[in-house]
Design a protein around this ligand. Structure first.
Ligand code: COA
Length: 145
């Protein structure tokens, strides 16, 4: 059985480490804002196993003064379930929540390798490629809601 549920920041760290930041330790993978009141963390479960994560934060994008802006972070599914639509379901859950809060802008720092995934939701590139330490090339992706 597949299900998406809200989870705690602490429940995200195992998959963050496994799928996004193997060079770091789980204990260091609580991100700033993870415990903020507006922040939401979603987990995709196949039976009782956590196989996907996504977190959204109410935070502005650089150079855009839109208070109703939301950032996506820590979006990932485990390698064995990729291509089954779980990433899409997690994204749609995030977008649904943001819409329910009258969010106006949605953005993320995307790995270049995931750019095509975000494009499927109507997000577009903003600015130049940048290179955060140890994480590979990234680009800002965004869309109006
Ligand atoms: C990117 C990621 C989250 C996608 O998750 P997923 O569970 O495989 O996604 P889905 O199966 O729901 O795919 C949804 C659609 O996006 C497409 N897609 C998935 N990954 C893609 C990628 N990397 N590039 C282009 N398209 C992609 C799928 O083909 C599918 O297309 P369709 O709806 O036309 O069939 C997953 O590959 C992942 O965790 N990658 C490693 C971590 C990562 O890079 N996360 C993003 C950080 S910015």
């Amino acid at each position: 059985m597949f299900q998406i549920k809200t989870i705690t920041p602490e429940e995200t760290t195992h998959l963050r480490q496994l799928t996004l930041r193997q060079h770091q330790e789980e204990k260091d993978l609580i991100y700033p804002g993870d415990h903020d009141e507006e922040t939401m963390h979603y987990g995709a479960f196949e039976d009782s196993e956590l196989v996907g994560i996504a977190s959204i934060y109410k935070v502005k994008m650089k150079d855009v003064d839109e208070p109703e802006s939301w950032r996506l972070r820590g979006m990932a599914t485990t390698e064995n379930v990729r291509g089954k639509g779980y990433g899409k379901d997690l994204m749609n859950k995030c977008l649904g929540h943001i819409k329910s809060k009258n969010g106006k802008l949605f953005w993320c720092n995307a790995r270049i390798t995931a750019e095509g995934f975000y494009e499927k939701f109507g997000m577009k590139r903003k600015g130049e490629v940048f290179h955060p330490e140890d994480l590979g090339p990234h680009v800002v992706m965004w869309m109006e809601m």
